[in-house]
Ligand binder design. Structure first.
Ligand SMILES: C[S@@+](CC[C@H](N)C(=O)[O-])C[C@H]1O[C@@H](n2cnc3c(N)ncnc32)[C@H](O)[C@@H]1O
Length: 343
């Protein structure tokens, strides 16, 4: 099979893409038809941020997570199949062309001062991700995590093992805002695959997709004037202590901020703990408030159609939103994969 040709694609479609006019159109139709045959496994899928971009590009998705809410989210938003598993002890089988994954980053996060590294119970999960690459042998894989993961032996050993097994692996640190997102969040993306030239091509084209950042205003102005609960997930906790901590969010200390409409948002954590204030909060008679779940979703790159299941607690929704791989970024990766691997 020619390099870069997805497994579901016929030789006819490969030949057609070198032909002009109507044959090109024929190829487009064939690629579209075959996209759904390219199987993508998303380990630690959470709210589906990583999956969503691939879903939008037409790939067939299976998500795995320990959290039963992920199943409801996958079904409600028609993302794909879902398997609930504890990946610490259980393993996934099957044929997958591409594996995505965002193992929990708290063991490696610099804001986690108390239980970092081996002391954190989720420390082994990053290795469990690579165990799946080893056993399922996808053509391509992509992993997202915080940049400090690169300094931990468990990550370095896992990458070395995969390289010894024939994979080419490259890690790149990006700011989401460099790729047109409304958040400056900084993350490590690991690109891997059996074919070194294909991985290098994907990274080259991915880097060409850099775009001007969107601002907080671009993401959330459309909800201005919408009353609380006037749109799904447009709700926020009414925190009694909001005035008490004014000095914290005004100084931006400890990750507490008041957002600015004309800039991308700084990276933020769970809004229940860090009080990320709406740009109009406490201005000209507007009451002080934190951003709603919907506004946090919009800043991370979720489309207005995506919504959480009813009855899901607000704290959990905020947490899942801040844990996601931005769908803005996953869509770019998926589009580049489609261009380099499927065609
Ligand atoms: C950083 S979040 C992943 C976010 C996801 N990639 C997204 O874009 O929405 C990490 C996920 O790992 C899951 N997780 C934690 N421990 C797990 C375990 N033992 N087995 C399976 N999933 C686990 C959490 O429930 C959480 O959804």
């Amino acid at each position: 099979m020619p390099r870069g040709l997805g497994p579901g694609l016929t030789r006819a479609s490969h030949i057609a893409m070198h032909l002009p006019g109507k044959y090109k159109l024929l190829n487009e139709i064939m690629v579209k038809k075959n996209m759904g045959k390219i199987r993508v496994l998303d380990l630690f899928c959470g709210a589906g941020g990583f999956s969503l971009g691939f879903k939008k590009q037409g790939f067939s998705i299976t998500g795995v997570d320990i959290n039963p809410w992920s199943e409801k989210i996958f079904s409600l938003n028609h993302i794909g199949d879902f398997v609930q598993k504890d990946l610490m002890s259980e393993h996934i089988d099957g044929n997958f062309n591409i594996i995505l994954g965002g193992p929990p980053c708290r063991p490696f996060s610099s804001v986690n001062l108390r239980r970092r590294g081996e002391k954190h119970p989720n420390y082994p999960l990053v290795e469990r991700y690579f165990d799946h690459i080893s056993s399922l042998r996808p053509d391509l894989f992509f992993m997202e995590n915080v940049p400090p993961v690169r300094n931990y032996q468990i990550f370095l050993d896992s990458v070395k093992r995969i390289e010894d097994e024939g994979y080419h692996v490259e890690s790149h640190v990006i700011h989401y805002s460099e790729f047109g997102a409304s958040t400056k969040r900084r993350r490590l993306i690991v690109f891997g695959g059996k074919d070194k030239k294909l991985v290098e091509k994907i990274i080259r084209i991915f880097n060409k997709r850099k775009a001007e950042p969107k601002t907080v205003g671009d993401a959330i102005k459309k909800y201005e004037g919408t009353p609380e609960k006037g749109y799904p997930d447009h709700e926020w906790p009414h925190l009694k202590t909001i005035h008490k901590y004014k000095d914290k969010y005004e100084s931006g200390q400890y990750g507490w901020y008041k957002l600015n409409y004309s800039q991308p948002a700084p990276s933020f954590g769970n809004i229940m703990k860090t009080y990320i204030l709406h740009p109009n909060s406490d201005n000209n008679g507007t009451p002080a408030r934190v951003i709603s779940v919907r506004e946090a979703m919009a800043i991370m790159g979720f489309s207005p159609e995506f919504h959480f299941p009813e009855k899901m607690g607000i704290g959990l929704r905020y947490q899942m939103v801040v844990d996601v791989v931005s769908p803005t970024i996953s869509e770019i990766i998926a589009d580049v994969v489609k261009e380099c691997y499927v065609r």
